[in-house]
Design a protein around this ligand. Structure first.
Ligand code: ADP
Length: 473
């Protein structure tokens, strides 16, 4: 048994023992006292009837001569023993015929019931418990044991059979108390095992997860707090597994991304060393471009890891987002002109102010613009627009970069913000893309409390939007 089982079992045992013990004890006491009250009432009636019969006898015979037979008749089937003395204490009748002629002392006299006829004392009546042979176990032994039971012969005399009945009742109370206790204990243990079983399963699974078995799950078979715990545990295990998978994927992706430019560099250098290639501007440019790709990749990876771990330091100031867009448009216009792409911008004047890191906001816009330029054919058009917009009931500014280029297939659209996700891998790579541009845009926008999303129609073009919350004024 686990330690928790011991604790629950101990607590249950204590509760059951205490409650059953106290209830049985109280029931016992109550039964005994009620039973005694009942007996006393009966006894009082009996003694009164004996008294009245003896008074009639005394009045009729002017004395106690031959009263013994009458006394035996009066006792009848009642338990105990009746003894009668005259006023001086001389015993004149005894239903057991043992004490006739004995003298009762004053103490015994005081425990008897005085019999008087029309104000004249005639004698004392004693009723002694049937077990009143001095064993000390009976009630109302009166005369014999010297106990004073309410100073009356009728008080609390319990016959052997009545005592047996009382003992029987007491035994039944204890027995039913014990049985109820056992049943409560059994039920309690059943309940405890229902609590402990899922906890043990959770603990087993937690140990396996700690040992690296991230696919471990526990069965949820109740809707109570334990069920909720099991569900939370499964969620935790699921996200641990997902994190581990994405970590492994990322490592593989990074290794792959590093290998491609390094292979090109290595191959070119080998060719030059072996005399296959000239060490001319063309081959040196290839090496330079691939090195630049590696540098960009490393920088992008660092940005992403800083943003994901929340360690990206943002130099927050009041930024003129319109100014950022204007400058980015100006920079991109040279490339756009080269590619015969029209670059338009729509910047209204009443824009909300934004608090942000100007360098990072420039980076977001530059990434989106460079993507648009890469995916728009000659003769196409890119437009930049800015407007005040409520996003999920919060005021802010939305920046949109729209192109009428190749567009993104619907199946790829939900993934384009994932790390290293490319629609056309080899083409994107040959164009120098790290596959991290949009992931960086997403991380940066979110680090500013903003959002980013894309809309696209294959063959018609795409729109990339990012929204930033307005500064609190
Ligand atoms: P990359 O460095 O490859 O451009 P990004 O993360 O910036 O990586 O973009 C991911 C992918 O999204 C790109 O490979 C490209 O296929 C697609 N994409 C991004 N912007 C556009 C766009 N304006 N039009 C069409 N496809 C785009």
């Amino acid at each position: 048994m686990s330690r928790l089982s011991y604790k629950i079992f101990g607590a249950l045992l204590l509760t059951v023992l205490l409650s059953v013990g106290l209830t049985s004890f109280a029931a016992n006491q109550l039964t005994a006292s009620q039973f005694r009250q009942y007996i006393i009432r009966g006894n009082t009636e009996f003694i009164t009837s004996v008294e009245s019969a003896l008074s009639t006898y005394y009045a009729q015979y002017q004395g106690w001569d031959n009263v013994n037979g009458v006394l035996i008749q009066l006792l009848g089937s009642n338990g105990g023993r009746l003894v009668l003395s005259d006023t001086s204490g001389l015993i004149v009748a005894d239903t057991q015929n043992k004490w006739i002629g004995y003298q009762a002392d004053e103490y015994s006299l005081s425990n008897g019931t005085l019999i008087s006829i029309s104000g004249t004392d005639a004698g004392y009546l004693y009723w002694i418990g049937s077990q009143g042979s001095g064993s000390g176990s009976g009630y109302g032994k009166g005369m014999q044991s010297g106990q004073n039971n309410s100073g009356n012969a009728a008080a609390g005399i319990i016959s052997e059979s009545q005592q047996q009945l009382l003992d029987e009742m007491n035994r039944s109370i204890w027995l039913s108390g014990g049985l109820a206790g056992l049943a409560a204990l059994g039920l309690g243990l059943l309940l405890a095992s229902q609590i402990i079983r899922p906890l043990k399963a959770l603990s087993r699974s937690a140990r396996r997860i700690a040992g690296g078995e991230l696919s471990q799950r526990v069965k949820v078979d109740s809707r109570d707090e334990l069920g909720e715990l099991a569900e939370s545990f499964n969620h935790m295990a699921q996200s641990l597994e997902a994190n581990e998978q994405s970590r492994q994927r990322l490592l593989a992706d990074i290794a792959h991304e590093l290998r491609t430019p390094l292979t090109v560099i290595e191959g070119t250098v080998d060719g030059i060393l072996d005399g296959v290639f000239e060490a001319d501007a063309q081959h040196l440019t290839t090496i330079k471009e691939e090195s630049a790709t590696l540098t960009r990749l490393i920088k992008d990876l660092r940005d992403i890891s800083l943003a994901e771990s929340g360690k990206l330091k943002l130099e927050m100031t009041q930024v003129d987002i319109a100014d950022i867009i204007r400058r980015q448009a100006k920079q991109a216009s040279i490339l756009a002109k080269d590619k015969s792409i029209a670059l338009l911008s729509d910047i209204p004047s009443n824009l909300s102010t934004v608090t942000g890191d100007a360098t990072r906001l420039n980076q977001i816009t530059a990434n989106l613009l460079s993507n648009a330029l890469r995916h728009t054919p000659a003769g196409g058009q890119i437009s930049l627009s800015l407007k005040n917009m409520l996003y999920r009931d919060k005021p802010g500014i939305m920046v949109s970069v729209t192109d009428n280029g190749e567009g993104i297939p619907p199946a790829d659209l939900p993934h384009i913000f994932d790390r290293f996700y490319r629609v056309n891998t080899s083409r994107a790579r040959s164009e120098g893309g790290s596959g991290l541009g949009l992931s960086i845009v997403k991380e940066m926008a979110e680090a500013h409390g903003g959002y980013v999303w894309a809309e696209s129609s294959l063959g018609k073009g795409s729109t990339f939007n990012y929204w930033l919350p307005a500064s609190h004024t």
